[in-house]
Ligand binder design. Structure first.
Ligand code: FNR
Length: 412
């Protein structure tokens, strides 16, 4: 039997998907594998810029059972090398900077590499570097940060469709796995500019598209523009056959259910909602063809509200759903994954602080954040941790995850 085409593979990966979004500094190995353990069907790496991944060495880490993409120590200026060598927190720093650590067992058939690029020639070199270890390549076309835009990457591509299409067609002609793009809406209310852009990417060879329901100028706390997003996705589902994924403010199971149903999208992608409660990835219930569910109430009105049940700004029964795990136990699990993958403590601290503080989301959306944690841990306490062991202590992590058996599954 011949291997599936990139489009067939994409259809399989993205249809009915629930996806952990790419998040710089957050979507590293521990968060990705935690998301998979909760039921995420796909996970994205953080955005990794083409040039940085091109220069890495691929190393099989027998001890951890991982595949590491390492930027060698020698490629850093002397001062930086000294600092890295002196970093007693993590012995891996002596080898160089680990830009990407993949668990080939847990992330098998579930990992998408997100590339930051503005040039087809560099994009293909970076993609070829990692393509054997991932299930697809996604191009970031939504990041509004100065660093990205000034390099012609991220949202700069939204206003340069020729360059965006060149990147997609070069990737799809040269690699046999799915190529996708993550974009933002191009206009706050008019679906047409977004439709035109998406169709040009599909014509260039994109096998799936994720649409973040905000425009470039929106603050991250601006409400996602669900109405426009629904219009765009409905129209695309009418005329195109590639999977379309939606992203933006899907904070509860009811948000997810409503937007699946209204838009007819093929999958949903969660960024901050996953940070704030990873157990959103738990299957709520199975969807029938019309996305109607039969076993769960859908709105606050259908449920008796108690002090443990709150609603978000869409009036959806939310964060205290019995379906969701307590945040303390999720953070404990996250810390144990950090120990398992020998994550750098600075990165682990950053993610735990994000999980706790929800700096980037308004409380009206995530009412549970008002509630203190069982153990009373605070962001301040987390900031004061100096090592993973400190984090283990303050979170009272009892269960550490076993390393893989001597025979690991990493292959050359
Ligand atoms: C992001 N986002 C993002 N997007 C992207 O395409 N590549 C990236 O590397 C990042 N990095 C990143 C870091 C952090 C900490 C956050 C919070 C967000 C954007 C993200 O994937 C998503 O599109 C938005 O956050 C909107 O989705 P939610 O948060 O409403 O689910």
């Amino acid at each position: 039997m011949s291997p599936p085409s990139a489009q067939e593979a994409a259809n399989k990966l993205f249809t009915n998907s629930t996806i952990l979004a790419p998040m710089v500094r957050a979507s590293t190995t521990p968060l990705r594998t935690l998301a998979i353990s909760y039921g995420a069907s796909l996970v994205y790496t953080e955005e990794l810029v083409d040039r940085s991944i091109m220069d890495t060495e691929r190393v099989i880490n027998e001890e951890l059972g991982t595949i590491d993409y390492i930027k060698p120590l020698s490629s850093f200026p002397g001062k930086v090398q000294k600092r890295m060598l002196a970093d007693s927190d993590n012995p891996d720093c002596a080898k160089g900077a680990i830009l990407l650590r993949i668990d080939p067992t847990l992330e098998r058939n579930k990992l998408i590499y997100q590339i930051g690029t503005g040039e087809a020639g560099l994009a293909i070199k970076a993609a070829e570097r990692v393509v054997g270890d991932v299930s697809g390549i996604d191009v970031n076309m939504g990041c509004p940060k100065k660093f990205s835009v000034s390099g012609g990457m991220g949202s700069a591509l939204l206003s340069d469709p020729k360059r965006a299409c060149d990147i997609i067609s070069t990737l799809s002609r040269n690699i046999s796995k799915p190529v996708s793009a993550k974009i933002r809406l191009l206009h706050p209310t008019d679906p047409q500019p977004t439709l035109d852009f998406v169709r040009s990417l599909i014509n260039a060879g994109a096998n799936a598209i994720t649409i973040h329901g905000r425009i470039v100028e929106d603050e991250s706390q601006t409400d996602a523009r669900w109405e426009t997003l629904v219009e765009v996705v409905k129209s695309l589902k009418h005329s195109e056959s590639v999977p379309i994924i939606i992203n933006g403010d899907l904070y509860t199971h009811a948000d997810i259910r409503e937007m699946r149903k209204r838009s007819g999208c093929d999958g949903v992608m969660l960024a901050r909602p996953a940070l704030y409660n990873m157990s959103l990835f738990k299957e709520e219930t199975t969807y029938d063809d019309t996305c109607q569910t039969t076993t769960e109430a859908t709105t606050a009105e259908e449920l008796p509200l108690s002090e443990f049940q709150t609603t978000n700004h869409h009036g959806h029964y939310g964060y205290n759903s019995p379906l969701l795990s307590p945040r303390t136990s999720i953070i404990q699990e996250y810390v144990s994954y950090c120990v398992r993958y020998r994550n750098h403590s600075k990165n682990a601290k950053y993610v735990v602080c994000e999980m706790l503080s929800a700096r980037r989301a308004p409380l009206s959306r995530v009412p549970f954040l008002n509630m203190s944690l069982e153990g009373g841990q605070t962001v301040n306490e987390v900031c004061q941790c100096r090592s993973l062991s400190d984090l283990v202590k303050i979170w009272d992590v009892k269960n550490t995850l076993p390393l893989p058996s001597a025979q690991n599954n990493a292959t050359e």
